[in-house]
Design a protein around this ligand. Structure first.
Ligand code: MV4
Length: 498
């Protein structure tokens, strides 16, 4: 077993990894930037080291500084979390060269899936359904026109080094092709130093359904079923659920088997996710990308399978075989996750600042992975997600009901958040029917209608307003005293009897 692990990340995922390590008796080392001195992951680790100034490039993406701390602290392994260096081949290699175990896939796994074109070729070889399109890269506009003639419009042009929506353009008319082609080439060149692009038939209005896979160093690979992540805006996921309300047992099995073939094809090690687009009308699914990391939404898989994915990552990194066979894995019940972001629900703009009142939901079948606390200053430098609320139910409806109850309890003031947006989405008929797609949010929630504030329980707001007023009275800053006006801003007509 590892004696000491460094978590090369921050926020809720750093705390999540610290918790798994603590349960296994592993000492933990946190790293923090100048902006994160007071961040929760610093307090919860056994040791904490500063790795540089606030900007990610100078701290959480600074490989030499992180390797230095690994040596200084004498750690056995590093967990990269998600984002930052979690899919950085150079970091995985740097760990290996310094005798530090990288808790994740091999550098070769990361490299082969980072290039979307080579990933697609490997998937085809593994018998994973891929979208019809160009046979390899498209290097000239003329070649692009030839491909479009063959497969027909609409098409999507993609930068091979892109991913997660970067370096992509949908083309619905012939005359848009050249500019889209050149835009993807230059984005590929500017952001990823690789202008290679390819073209695919555009599957209109798809669902985003992904399969959790796990491989070990003994050639085993399994899947842990699907997660539906179609509630997203500009490729930022907001709500995820498992299982997907749109999959039949048969499709679930086919998708899972395809994902396991993909993992075995590349001798995948660790936790990974195969992303598919799913055409809910034809019931066809196609490989989109493979994420060679643990994902934000991993808790809904943990709650419906009973597997601790972070502990399993640690066991596999130690060279142990997988703790389960495919036949041991079952999906039970339904889980939903909402991402709570410090952002203005109307403009989706980040809303950093001082958290005044913060009371997380609790109670039966509610999990909260959060780094928010009263008095914490949410920094402007990083992703605005500050918490995830996850609920489990015997049925999807029960999971939704529990989530609505949990969000009604969530008290968060001093910063703006998207809590009310989530409550509105979870009440929307299209979401409740389950046949929503990746276009759902942008079609239905561009602006916040005032009526969504109507049904939220008054007493919760009164308690919250009273707590905020009490805290404000205690704090020096008198500006915030008029709490009623703040809650009015939230569209609430509350007459406070102070
Ligand atoms: C597609 C697609 C439809 N057809 N490819 C989005 C990011 C990256 N994971 C690949 N993505 C897509 N690839 C084909 N051939 C739809 C998506 C997609 C999407 C596209 C545009 C706007 C929002 C989207 C959300 C999820 C997936």
């Amino acid at each position: 077993m590892f004696k000491k692990v460094l978590i090369a990340n921050r926020g809720e995922i750093a705390i999540r990894v610290i918790r798994a390590c603590r349960e296994l008796g592993i000492k933990t080392v946190s790293v923090f930037s100048d902006a994160d001195r007071d961040s929760l992951h610093v307090f919860l680790a056994d040791e904490a080291y500063n790795i540089g100034p606030a900007p990610s490039k100078e701290s959480y993406l600074n490989i030499p500084n992180i390797i230095d701390v690994c040596k200084k602290a004498g750690v056995d392994a590093v967990h990269p979390g998600y984002g930052f260096l979690s899919e950085n081949t150079n970091f995985a290699r740097a760990c290996k060269e310094n005798g530090i175990t990288f808790i994740g896939p091999t550098p070769e796994n990361i490299e082969s899936m980072g290039d979307k074109l080579s990933a697609k070729a490997l998937m085809k070889k593994a018998g994973v359904p891929t979208v019809p399109g160009s046979d390899g890269s498209v290097d000239t506009v003329e070649d692009a026109r030839t491909v479009v003639k063959k497969i027909g419009l609409p098409v999507i042009v993609k930068a091979s080094a892109g991913g997660g929506g970067k370096g992509m353009r949908v083309v619905r008319k012939e005359e848009e092709l050249e500019s889209a082609f050149r835009a993807c080439q230059s984005e590929g060149q500017n952001y990823f130093a690789d202008k290679t692009v390819y073209i695919e038939k555009f599957v209109t209005d798809p669902k985003h359904i992904e399969i959790q896979v796990f491989g070990d160093t003994h050639g085993n690979a399994v899947h842990l079923f699907e997660r539906e992540c179609s509630v997203q805006r500009r490729h930022q996921k907001l709500i995820e659920e498992a299982p997907s309300p749109s999959l039949t047992e048969e499709i679930r099995m086919k998708m899972g088997e395809a994902a396991v073939r993909a993992a075995k094809q590349i001798k995948y090690v660790g936790a990974g996710t195969i992303e598919f687009i799913f055409d809910n009308s034809t019931k066809d699914f196609y490989f989109m990308e493979m994420n060679t990391r643990l994902q934000v939404e991993h808790p809904i898989t943990e709650l419906t399978t009973g597997v601790d994915l972070v502990k399993e990552q640690i066991f596999v990194a130690l060279g142990k075989p997988l703790s389960f066979r495919q036949t041991d894995l079952k999906q039970k019940g339904h889980a939903i996750e909402v991402r709570i972001c410090a952002e203005d629900p109307e403009t989706y703009k980040p809303s950093p600042g001082l958290i005044r009142a913060c009371r997380h939901p609790q109670g039966p079948f509610v999990r909260v992975d959060s780094y928010a606390y009263p008095g914490y200053e949410v920094p402007i430098y990083y992703d605005p997600m500050i918490a995830k609320v996850i609920t489990w139910g015997e049925t999807r409806q029960e999971a939704v009901d529990r989530m609505q109850r949990a969000l009604a309890e969530f008290i968060l003031s001093g910063i703006k958040s998207n809590i009310l947006l989530h409550r509105s989405i979870l009440r929307h008929p299209t979401f409740l029917e389950g046949n929503y797609t990746t276009q759902f949010l942008e079609k239905n929630f561009e602006v916040i209608e005032p009526e969504i504030f109507k049904e939220v329980d008054d007493h919760v707001f009164l308690i919250a307003a009273a707590i905020t007023a009490y805290n404000d009275r205690k704090s020096k800053d008198v500006r915030q005293l008029n709490v009623a006006s703040k809650w009015k801003n939230m569209g609430r007509k509350i007459q406070l009897r102070m």
